[in-house]
Design a protein around this ligand. Sequence first.
Ligand SMILES: Nc1nc2c(ncn2[C@@H]2O[C@H](COP(=O)(O)OP(=O)(O)OP(=O)(O)O)[C@@H](O)[C@H]2O)c(=O)[nH]1
Ligand SMILES: [Mg+2]
Ligand SMILES: [Zn+2]
Length: 297
Amino acid sequence: MNGIIIKGIGGFYYVKADDGHIYECKARGRFRKDGVTPIIGDNAEIEVRGGKGSVTRILPRKNALVRPAVANIDALVIVAAAASPEPNPALMDKLTVTAAANDIEPVICINKIDLADGEGLAAIYEAAGFKTFMTDAEHGKGTDALKDFLRGAVTAFAGLSGVGKSTLLNSITGGDLKTGDISERLRRGRHTTRHVELFELDGGGFVLDTPGFSSFEMNSIRADELWEYFPEMADAAGKCRFRGCSHISEPDCAVKDKLRRGEIAESRYESYVEMYNILKEIKDWERNDTVTINFSG
Ligand SMILES: Nc1nc2c(ncn2[C@@H]2O[C@H](COP(=O)(O)OP(=O)(O)OP(=O)(O)O)[C@@H](O)[C@H]2O)c(=O)[nH]1
Ligand SMILES: [Mg+2]
Ligand SMILES: [Zn+2]
């Protein structure tokens, strides 16, 4: 039987199997020998005998994030608050690039639109080619459209602490994930969300609640390939005068023409330049295979 690992606690893996049941499974010893540790999101083969389940095989992963370790993410919902905390477009752009480079669809959600007008921010990401949602999770506004989008996929949520990821997820799953106000968070000096689990949506699909992330690495991305992860640059990038144009200082650059015409947002282009300058200093031997996002717990 096949299934997806939705939770791991104390050496047991909880597998939602194709037959609709959840089985508590042990991993067979050979995983340790192979150096494969099952993680949530893994598609697994399991055997069930006399009520006891074991994971016998982990199917190849499409991608894997670290801290928390989770595999096979289809979409990353990048949540920003219209206000409180103030949106940070540079951070959002790094996340869109990191996701895309991992074969994860980046999706934008501007939350807390009851507190401030998020239209301008949303327009930037819509124009760049991302699916963009506007929500007021506190009052359940706009969350149905997001819920429809998540159906059938495995989705993670990312964004600064306090933007409303858990509140959004609660509204979507009807569950009771832990949320906290900012004063409580400051008092405890840590993030509100700590456990890691995939939550099944009625109608299919899974969502992962993650704490606010602390850092991520983009070492695997080459500077000259960075433009590929900016959808709004894709049609222009082949039309520059120079092959291998960095789209920063060369003349007759089709990307900068687009920027001048207002078809690429200033903030997005600034993020591109900032990331390009960091990535171009990375030597080939310093490159990792995978792009990682570290979510702090
Ligand atoms: N006004 C308003 N408040 C919201 C909205 N969404 C969430 N909040 C509040 O914002 C605070 C933080 O929300 P959480 O859902 O805990 O934020 P989080 O992103 O999960 O934070 P971490 O788990 O620390 O990463 C809570 O007090 C929520 O009630 C919204 O749309 N509007
Ligand atoms: Mg949370
Ligand atoms: Zn160019």
